[in-house]
Write a protein that binds this ligand. Structure first.
Ligand SMILES: Cc1cc2nc3c(=O)[nH]c(=O)nc-3n(C[C@H](O)[C@H](O)[C@H](O)COP(=O)(O)OP(=O)(O)OC[C@H]3O[C@@H](n4cnc5c(N)ncnc54)[C@H](O)[C@@H]3O)c2cc1C
Length: 377
């Protein structure tokens, strides 16, 4: 079969890209290896207000799939806490599984051919088209190829593009019921349990989500032991704040989160990477849904204009507008080297820490919410 565009990966980046390209009139095939986009999640699914502001698609999400959270409660290692708010700012907790399945229905309604259980393995350039052999013996030929296939992108490997090398590893349990203050995203700093990142808990849409992530030193990447995360110890520690009433988790989510920033080579003529595949995740907050949606949409629009002869190949110019996370890479560097529990215990009630935390969580500087600059972030 032939297509104008093949997108690999039916998650936030791939779905936003496929939708924009279909709206631009392209014939789009979306390949997804799982049986459903919402299966085997590896995300908490928190969506920041900035994404809702820029991505009009989110404003048509059924209200039953999201729950608004207005503040962050940040805990020092000794569990002293500070409440952070910004006027008008909020986060969405989402039923991420149902949200992704809803997004698939939406792009199908626009004419995108979504092929589930379709694993991308390789692509070869033949003349001006990419040829993708499929496991069932068929092949797809396409004018343009987008890799939105997550942190370990096979599209990147097949096309000789860069691959993520620096990661956090995160795991999250969902509980049917727990005692938790629902108005906050609860974030816990603890160098012993979450070196290089944090633990978190929130009352989500249908469950209480409790998770923990840690930095994986690059030299231990191949060692499965490096992914050990002490979630039980974390839950015991935060029990005074988040009480799980016995019982097993109703579901577990886990995954690698790229934290090295934008990759060096994310495109070649007629092909590009977007989302986690391109390293497009905030190295500090580990949030990647906003950038995946925003740049996925822009890539779809750019390819639509290119294939209509109205603009150059976005592989040449659009990738220049990808976020480089310069400031956040610097913060990541400092956090990796200088994080101490003592320091956060001392700083938790101070104005300096509050302002720094507001900058990280709400993109605020000097008390004024900055318009999000996605180019430099
Ligand atoms: C534990 C955890 C919690 C997180 N929480 C948040 C959060 O709350 N908020 C936030 O903003 N970010 C969060 N992130 C990061 C966020 O989930 C990612 O940045 C975001 O999902 C990236 O979207 P994506 O579309 O680029 O890739 P992904 O979501 O990784 O999706 C890639 C898709 O490609 C498919 N795929 C992979 N390989 C192939 C192949 N060869 N062939 C076909 N299909 C393939 C996969 O099945 C998947 O559907 C979290 C990450 C983790 C691990």
């Amino acid at each position: 079969m032939t297509a104008d565009l093949v997108v690999v990966g039916a998650s936030f980046a791939g779905l936003a890209c496929a939708r924009a390209a279909a709206k631009a009139g392209l014939q789009v095939v979306l390949l997804e290896k799982k049986a459903a986009a919402g299966d085997k999640l590896h995300t908490t699914g928190i969506i920041v207000k900035d994404a809702v502001d820029t991505e009009s698609w989110l404003r048509s999400v059924p209200p039953s799939l999201v729950r608004r959270i207005d503040g962050v409660r940040l805990y020092a290692p000794n569990l002293h806490s500070v409440d952070l708010h910004a006027p008008g700012y909020y986060f969405w907790a989402t039923d991420a599984s149902a949200l992704l399945d809803w997004m698939v229905q939406e792009v199908r309604a626009l004419g995108v051919e979504v092929r589930l259980q379709s694993l991308f393995t390789q692509a070869e350039l033949e003349g001006t088209r990419w040829r993708l052999p499929m496991a069932d013996g068929t092949e797809v030929r396409t004018r343009y190829l987008v890799g939105a296939d997550g942190p370990h992108s096979r599209v990147a490997t097949s096309l000789g593009l860069s691959s993520n090398q620096e990661f956090l590893f995160g795991i999250e349990h969902e509980y049917a019921s727990a005692t938790i203050e629902p108005g906050f995203l609860h974030c816990f700093i603890d160098r012993q349990l979450a070196p290089g990142y944090i633990g978190w808990a929130l009352a989500g849409v249908r469950s209480v989500q409790i998770g923990l992530a840690r930095r994986i030193p690059p030299q231990t990447l191949q060692n499965p032991g490096a992914r050990q995360v002490k979630l039980d110890a974390f839950m015991a520690k935060i029990a005074p704040v988040v009480g799980v009433h016995g019982g097993q988790p109703v579901s577990v989510r886990a995954g690698m989160i790229p934290c090295g920033g934008l990759l060096a080579r994310v495109s070649r003529p007629g092909a590009l990477l977007v989302g986690d595949a391109a390293g497009m995740v905030s190295p500090v907050t580990a949030g990647g849904i906003r950038t995946a949606l925003l740049h996925g949409r822009q890539v779809g629009e750019g390819i639509g204009a290119f294939l209509a002869g109205q603009a150059p190949d976005p592989a040449e110019w659009l990738v220049q507008r990808y976020p480089n996370f310069r400031a956040k890479r610097m913060l990541r560097w400092m956090f990796d080297r200088f994080q101490t529990d003592w320091m956060f215990n001392q700083l938790i009630g101070t104005r300096a820490l509050r302002r720094a935390a507001e900058l990280v969580y709400f993109h605020r500087k000097g008390g004024v919410a900055l318009p999000s600059d996605y180019r430099n972030d």
